[in-house]
Write a protein that binds this ligand. Structure first.
Ligand code: NAD
Length: 250
């Protein structure tokens, strides 16, 4: 029989969360703090209420410094959640080099920086285990349906989609490489999360494309994050769990 602790055993677990000051990041942080974990956030935004490191994950040296500091303080990191991400919405016909670099530098290079930095210290200190959860997107799997956007809505760009597809691939790559080090790497691909900036047109059209007939809320994603971070996740690695209300199942 599974003990309750397998699911909710986060007391004193050390969690590193990137993008901790964003919509999803705030919900993840609160969820784990409520369950007794110690959460270290990294974000380019500072937070006065919670402890977090103000840093850019695209900068490998900053990431190394932060991860070394946490290991020095705590002796380990139990869970890493690579959640920081950026989008750009200008039309692909006008794509600039700067926009491509900006998106890839955060969504791909930033994630690589965090995982590489952690893995080096994991090996050096002979750490026991770690769970890594990467946040991708349904747009890493399918293209946006441009018919459901009005003129003023932000349409996810091709470069965002490509960066999120890379996150799914990197998950598999690291999962296979890190198996012998007892580091499990999984990915979550959320569908669109409800936002005050969505137009009425977009919201109604998007809902029609979703078997569950709504956009996601941040809390819809938490169960999967908790599972992949928990001791219950002991034989699942390299997987991508799509949480999109069924949108990509048509
Ligand atoms: N919101 C959605 O509908 C949705 C859907 C699918 C996937 N996602 C993914 O979920 C994750 C979180 O999205 P969100 O909606 O909370 O976005 P958000 O913009 O609210 O939060 C992202 C956070 O990342 C931080 N950040 C950006 N660049 C950074 C950098 N270089 N270094 C450190 N921190 C940086 C931002 O300051 C922000 O606090 C992203 O990876 C996003 O692609 C979001």
């Amino acid at each position: 029989m599974l003990s309750k602790n397998l699911f909710f055993g986060f007391t004193n677990k050390v969690i590193l969360l990137t993008g901790s000051e964003g919509k999803l990041g705030k919900e993840i942080k609160k969820t784990f703090i409520d369950m007794g974990a110690k959460v270290y956030g990294i974000d380019i935004k500072k937070n006065s209420k919670y402890e977090n490191f103000k840093a850019n994950i695209s900068n490998g040296k900053s990431v190394d410094r932060i991860i070394n500091k946490i290991i020095k303080l705590e002796g380990r990191i139990d869970v890493i959640i690579n959640n920081a991400g950026v989008s750009i919405y200008s039309p692909m016909e006008q794509r600039t080099s700067k926009e491509i670099d900006f998106t890839l530098n955060v969504n791909v290079k930033g994630l690589i920086n965090v995982i590489k930095s952690y893995f080096n210290i994991h090996k050096k200190k002979k750490l026991k285990s770690c769970k890594i959860i990467n946040i991708s997107s349904i747009y890493g799997i399918v293209a946006p349906d441009i018919r459901i956007y009005s003129k003023n809505d932000n349409i996810n760009s091709e470069i965002y989609g490509a960066s999120k597809a890379a996150v799914i691939q990197l998950t598999k790559y690291y999962a296979t490489l890190f198996g012998k080090n007892n580091i499990l790497v999984n990915c979550i691909s959320p569908g669109g999360i409800k936002d005050k900036n969505h137009s009425k047109f977009f919201t109604s059209q998007y809902k029609k494309r979703v078997p569950l007939n709504r956009l996601a809320f941040e809390k819809d994603i938490m169960g999967a994050i908790i599972y992949f971070s928990s001791d219950s996740c002991s034989y699942t690695t390299g997987q991508n769990l799509v949480i999109d209300g069924g949108l990509s199942s048509w």
